[in-house]
Design a protein around this ligand. Structure first.
Ligand SMILES: Cc1cc2nc3c(=O)[nH]c(=O)nc-3n(C[C@H](O)[C@H](O)[C@H](O)COP(=O)(O)O)c2cc1C
Length: 223
């Protein structure tokens, strides 16, 4: 099982990283490829890139022929297509995902690669044999909406995990899980308790997804 971890963790005291650490510890020695978006920043759709993208969709540029202006997007897309499980980890910024993470989604959601036209109209995702796990930390509380500005926060303000889920759903992912460590700005035990609970959720998803492979790994270690 090939795992790709896509992370954007610019904060040295990151809470999101606690969830990444829980994931990495839980999968043990299992192989994992890391795409660090702080060092390998995705391209944006410049006018030239968009023109080349449309030319490829229209068949004016053959799919598979290298196009320099799309090279980084193609590389990140190929990396995603090669994995069985993708884990995307990032902090919530302004109720959504940081721009760098959105740029990664824009880079890999390419027509003809991760989705295509549906024969009956609309689109269909091509990543139907893959799983996605989304790990996010946020200061605010979205499940109950109890501590926002004037009590305004609530589920409809949460566009970080929910947007990532929508993107993966569009690409056809078979199993999509989101873990949100919320209330990270709360005082007292609440923040730590929520972070522990989120880490526990991560460990239980790992057990569910990697259970049999983990047992094989343990057996191999004892022989
Ligand atoms: C630029 C910026 C924007 C943020 N916007 C939000 C927000 O809209 N909602 C929220 O709940 N927290 C917001 N936060 C707080 C972070 O989500 C919070 O600090 C979380 O712990 C970040 O994860 P990290 O600890 O991994 O950096 C923001 C933080 C930064 C730096």
């Amino acid at each position: 099982m090939k795992t790709l971890l896509v992370q954007y963790i610019p904060n040295k005291r990151s809470k999101t990283k606690v969830l990444i650490d829980a994931f990495r510890q839980a999968i043990g020695d299992m192989e994992i490829e890391v795409l660090d978006l702080c060092n390998d920043v995705p391209d944006l759709f410049s006018p030239a890139a968009l023109e080349a993208y449309y030319a490829r969709i229209d068949g004016d540029i053959e799919h598979g022929v290298p196009v320099p202006v799309l090279a980084k997007m193609d590389r990140m897309t190929a990396q995603l297509k090669a994995c069985d499980i993708v884990v995307v980890a990032f902090p919530m910024y302004n109720f959504s995902m940081p721009a760098t993470v959105k740029a990664w989604f824009d880079s890999v959601m390419l027509h003809g690669d991760t989705f295509t036209n549906h024969p009956r109209g609309g689109y269909r995702g091509l990543m139907t044999d893959k799983k996605a796990l989304i790990l996010v930390a946020a200061s605010g509380t979205y499940s109950t909406g109890s501590d926002g500005i004037g009590g305004l926060f609530g589920p409809t303000w949460e566009h970080a995990v929910s947007l990532a889920q929508t993107e993966f759903r569009f690409m056809g992912f078979a199993d999509i899980r989101g873990v949100l460590a919320e209330s990270m700005a709360r005082r007292g035990e609440i923040a730590q308790r929520n972070l522990n609970q989120a880490a526990e959720q991560v460990r239980s998803i790992v057990q569910e997804w990697y259970g049999s492979e983990l047992v094989t790994q343990e057996l191999a270690a004892t022989v």
